[in-house]
Ligand binder design. Structure first.
Ligand code: GLY
Length: 336
């Protein structure tokens, strides 16, 4: 199945097909110098497979984890391209999850003022969400994604057959983002997730989540309005992520972050789906700690936050709340 992201001159195809990674050269223009970026947690054969399809490939394997979204690792990628005589007509291919995609997309965005970038996501989280839409970034000074660029890929290859090597916890991690999309935009998909066995339904979940995201990005590529809804669960989720210091996955934090941000009936349904998919439903920190982590750079009084709220499954509201109101919501939701 193919989807097409319509973004004028930045339009591209999203290929969803079992086995497409092994046939990368049928889909991507690899008859040139190619920087293939992967991480140490991804089976090495995936990147080697892609490299074998290229005219001249250089594989860089970065350490696994968020710590690789750094200036240092970015420099490694840029230096590899410079040292090996890459020009503006060469390209970067990401073979991995969100960290690999964000970092290598940013390297492609900045090298020689921007070169072609292809994304081959290998985690469920990157397949359903981060591999499309063109957000690329590194972290800086403890702030997530604060240095980055919008740089759309030229093509995205989603090969669900690679998911068989992923542990269950990683599958659940990705499902959190799919649940987020269904909860805000697609009540039918949400019901479908409630009613079906998940592991045998991943192809459907991937295709339908990507279709939702594609539709959102086509309407608001640079996140000036509608795309903000994709941040449902992320404001609190990011706070939880910083308290967890690497012990919880991004999707697990987003799962928890969705719970305080919906009406009671929607919350009940989200809770049940989180339990079904093996995602956490209870916070293992103090709610005040999470609140502090979210607002540590904000003045306490008078300042507002924009939050995404789900009044009913399949719908959303963007609400402007005061810091005080937000503090009350977080503490009420998580205080036992
Ligand atoms: N992951 C949310 C977005 O791409 O906007």
């Amino acid at each position: 199945m193919n989807l097409h992201m319509n973004l004028d001159s930045d339009s591209y195809d999203i290929i969803i097909d079992h086995g497409c990674l092994a046939k990368a050269d049928e889909h991507l223009a690899l008859d040139r110098k190619v920087l293939v970026v992967t991480d140490a947690g991804v089976p090495a054969r995936y990147a080697k497979n892609v490299a074998c399809c290229c005219k001249e490939a250089y594989i860089v394997t970065i350490p696994q984890g968020e710590g690789s979204k750094s200036f240092e690792t970015l420099q490694t990628l840029l230096a590899t391209m410079l040292k090996n005589g890459f020009s503006r007509t060469d390209c970067v291919v990401a073979v991995g999850g969100g960290v690999v995609g964000d970092l290598s997309g940013f390297a492609a965005a900045t090298f020689m003022r921007g070169i072609d970038f292809y994304n081959i996501p290998t985690t469920l989280l990157s397949m359903v969400d981060s591999s499309i839409g063109g957000k690329t970034a590194i972290n800086f000074s403890g702030v997530k994604n604060c240095i980055g660029a919008f740089h759309q890929p030229k093509k995205v290859l989603v090969d669900p057959s690679v998911l068989h090597t992923l542990p269950d916890r990683q599958i659940a991690n990705g499902l959190a983002e799919a649940i987020k999309m269904a909860a805000t935009f697609d009540a039918d998909l949400f019901t479908w997730i409630e009613q079906n066995e998940i592991k045998s339904s991943l192809d459907t979940i991937i295709a339908r989540s990507l279709a939702i995201k594609k539709n959102v990005v086509e309407q608001d590529e640079k996140e000036s309005g509608l795309r903000r809804v994709l941040n449902f669960g992320h404001t609190i989720g990011h706070g939880i992520e910083s308290c967890a210091m690497g012990n919880l996955y991004h999707g697990e934090c987003v799962a928890l972050g969705m719970l305080p941000m919906c009406a009671p009936e929607a919350k009940k349904r989200i809770l049940n789906v989180l339990k079904k998919t093996g995602l956490p439903t209870e916070l293992c920190f103090d709610a005040s700690e999470v609140f502090e982590a979210i607002t540590h750079d904000k003045k306490r009084d008078g300042e507002h936050l924009r939050i995404v709220y789900v009044p009913e499954i399949g719908s959303y509201e963007i609400k402007k709340v005061t810091i005080k109101e937000f503090e009350h919501t977080v503490k009420e939701a998580f205080t036992k």
